[in-house]
Design a protein around this ligand. Structure first.
Ligand SMILES: Cc1cc2nc3c(=O)[nH]c(=O)nc-3n(C[C@H](O)[C@H](O)[C@H](O)COP(=O)(O)OP(=O)(O)OC[C@H]3O[C@@H](n4cnc5c(N)ncnc54)[C@H](O)[C@@H]3O)c2cc1C
Length: 459
C-alpha cells in the first residue's frame, strides 16, 4: 500500500484528499516567478485533531508538509519543493468567537481578510491588515503581512495576541492569549508569526480588532518625481499628522491602473493619503497639515475625497496596482522587490530604485507603503527569457544592497519564502545560526516547508 493510500485512512473523506492533477497544479505555484512544483497530495483538514494526526503521520514517514492559505504569497512560500503533503485550510475558515467589548476575535486560519471584515462590520469593528490580495489570516500571520494600514495599526505581529499551533511532532500548543498585554516569559506567538509554515501549523488565531472611525477622508497629490514625493511623505509624518495610509504609485503604476481599472488619475507620481478620527476637526487639521507638506515639495493636483464610494474606488485601485502592472505587461509573471528603510532614507531609496530600473533598461514600476518606509519595484517578467531574469535579479540585488547600506532590510512585509534565502544569512550575520537552532529544536527532521525562510548556507 502506498503512503497516500495510508493517508486516506487518516483523512477518511474522499472529498478532502486529492491527487488530481488540476488540484495539485493549483497548489504548485503562488503569485511569483518561481517555477512550480507539485505536491504529491493535497488534503483539506477540518480541525486541529486532524492536523495533528497528519503531522504525526508525516513525521513517522519523513514526508514534508506545506501549509496553504490562499496561495497569494510572492516569494514561492507554498511551493512544495520536495512534493509531499500540502495542507489547504480552505475548510477551516470559521469565526470561533467575536468579543466586541474586548476588541478580540478568534478565527480559524483559512478565513480571508475580506470575509472577516464582512462579519465585523455590523459590530462597528474592522481588522486593519490589508495585503492587496484577499489572503487568509493564517497565511498573513505566517508571513507577518502588512499593507496600506500598517502605518497606523501595525503589521500582523502587532495584531496576533494568541495562536493555537500544531508542532511538527503533532503536539498541539497554545501560545500568547487574549489580553492586550503580557510579559509572561518568551513571546512565542511573536516567534511563530512570520515563520512561514516552517516551525508549526496554525489552527486558530486570536486577533486584535478596532472600532471603525466615524470620519474618514482620502486625499491625493501628484509630484514631479519619486524623490520629491518621498520627501513630502516623510516630512508630513515628521510634522505629526495622524496618517492612516500613505501610499506611493509612480507614473508606470498609474498608467497601468488607469488602463486596467478604468480610473483617470493624472499620469504623474502620486501620493495617496487617508486620515481617520472620531472627530471631523482632527481629520480637517491633518488634511491642512498634509496639504502644506505637499506644496512645500512641489506637489500639485491636491484632491480630497470624503465620499465613501470615491474612497473605496481609490483604495480598490491601489490594492489592484500589482495585478494591473502585470495585466498591462501582457500577463507576465510578477517579480517584486520588498525593501524597507528608515524614513530618513526613503526619498533617496526611491530615487535609487528608479535609477536602477533605468540603468538595467527593464520596464518596471515603483510603488509602496511609503509611510512606513517600505517600497516595491514590480517587474512583469518573462521567465523563459534568461536575460530578463538576470536583469530583474540585478535590480533586486542593487536595491537590497542599497537598503542594507542605509540601515534597511531585504523584506518589509512579503517574507523570505524561497526567493530571499540568499539574502537572509547576509542580513542576519551570526544570528543566522540561531535561526537554525530554533528550527532544529522545533522541527529536527525538517519536514515543515523545507527549503524556505532559513539562510541557505548553514544547513
Ligand atoms: C496582488 C497582491 C498584492 C499583495 N500585496 C501585499 C501587501 O500589500 N502586503 C503584504 O504583506 N503582502 C502582500 N501580498 C502578498 C500576500 O498576499 C501575503 O504574503 C499574504 O500574507 C499571503 O497569504 P495567503 O493566505 O495567500 O498565504 P499563502 O501564500 O497560502 O502562504 C504563505 C505562507 O504562509 C504559510 N501558511 C499558510 N497557512 C498557514 C497556517 N495555517 N499555519 C502556518 N503557516 C501557514 C504557508 O506555508 C506559506 O509559507 C500581495 C499579493 C498579491 C498577489
Amino acid at each position: 500500500m502506498s503512503w497516500i493510500d495510508e493517508l486516506k485512512r487518516v483523512i477518511d473523506d474522499a472529498d478532502r484528499i486529492s491527487t488530481g492533477s488540476s488540484v495539485c497544479d493549483l497548489h504548485a505555484q503562488d503569485f511569483s516567478y518561481h517555477p512550480p512544483h507539485r505536491p504529491d497530495v493535497v488534503v483539506f483538514p477540518i480541525n486541529k485533531d486532524e492536523v495533528s494526526s497528519i503531522m504525526r503521520f508525516a513525521l513517522d514517514r519523513g514526508i514534508s508538509v506545506v501549509a496553504y492559505g490562499q496561495g497569494t504569497g510572492v516569494e514561492g512560500h507554498i511551493i512544495p519543493l520536495q512534493g509531499g503533503i500540502t495542507m489547504d485550510f480552505a475548510q477551516m475558515s470559521r469565526i470561533v468567537a467575536i468579543r466586541p467589548n474586548d476588541f478580540v476575535v478568534q478565527v480559524e486560519p483559512g478565513i480571508t481578510r475580506t470575509a472577516l471584515n464582512r462579519v465585523l462590520g455590523p459590530y462597528g469593528l474592522f481588522f486593519p491588515v490589508d495585503p492587496g490580495a484577499d489572503a487568509s489570516l493564517g497565511g498573513m500571520a505566517a508571513t507577518n503581512a502588512a499593507g496600506t494600514e500598517a502605518l497606523r495599526y501595525g503589521a500582523m505581529r502587532q495584531q496576533v495576541l494568541g495562536l493555537e499551533v500544531v508542532l511538527a511532532d503533532g503536539r498541539v500548543i497554545r501560545v500568547g492569549g487574549a489580553t492586550m498585554k503580557s510579559s509572561a516569559g518568551y513571546q512565542l506567538a511573536g516567534l511563530f508569526v512570520g515563520s512561514e509554515g516552517t516551525l508549526g501549523i496554525f489552527t486558530e488565531l486570536t486577533l486584535k480588532v478596532y472600532a471603525i472611525p466615524q470620519y474618514t477622508a482620502a486625499a491625493r497629490a501628484t509630484f514631479a518625481d519619486v524623490e520629491s514625493a518621498g520627501q513630502a511623505a516623510t516630512s508630513i509624518i515628521a510634522q505629526g499628522a495622524t496618517v492612516t495610509r500613505l501610499e506611493l504609485m509612480d507614473e508606470e503604476t498609474i498608467r497601468a491602473v488607469n488602463q486596467v481599472e478604468g480610473t483617470n488619475f493624472p499620469v504623474r507620481v502620486t501620493l495617496f493619503f487617508e486620515f481617520a478620527s472620531n472627530h471631523r476637526s482632527a481629520v480637517v487639521d491633518d488634511l491642512t497639515l498634509s496639504a502644506e507638506g505637499v506644496t512645500e515639495y512641489g506637489g500639485k493636483d491636491w484632491t480630497v475625497e470624503w465620499d465613501s464610494d470615491a474612497r473605496r474606488q481609490l483604495w480598490h485601485a491601489r490594492h489592484r496596482a500589482a495585478l494591473a502592472i502585470l495585466t498591462a505587461s501582457g500577463g507576465k509573471r510578477p517579480f517584486t522587490t520588498d525593501t524597507a528603510v528608515p524614513l530618513s532614507e526613503l526619498a533617496g531609496a526611491l530615487r535609487h530604485a528608479r535609477e536602477t530600473l533605468n540603468a538595467q533598461e527593464i520596464p518596471g514600476a515603483v510603488l509602496g507603503h511609503v509611510g512606513d518606509g517600505n517600497y516595491h519595484v514590480v517587474i512583469g517578467l518573462d521567465p523563459e527569457r534568461p536575460e530578463h531574469m538576470q536583469k530583474a535579479h540585478a535590480v533586486n540585488d542593487a536595491i537590497v544592497r542599497y537598503a542594507w547600506a542605509h540601515g534597511g532590510t531585504c523584506t518589509g512585509e512579503h517574507g523570505i519564502g524561497m526567493g530571499k534565502t540568499r539574502y537572509l544569512g547576509e542580513e542576519r550575520g551570526a544570528a543566522g545560526a540561531v535561526l537554525w537552532q530554533i528550527k532544529n529544536a522545533l522541527d529536527p527532521d525538517h519536514i515543515l516547508n523545507p527549503g524556505k525562510t532559513l539562510p541557505i548556507q548553514e544547513e
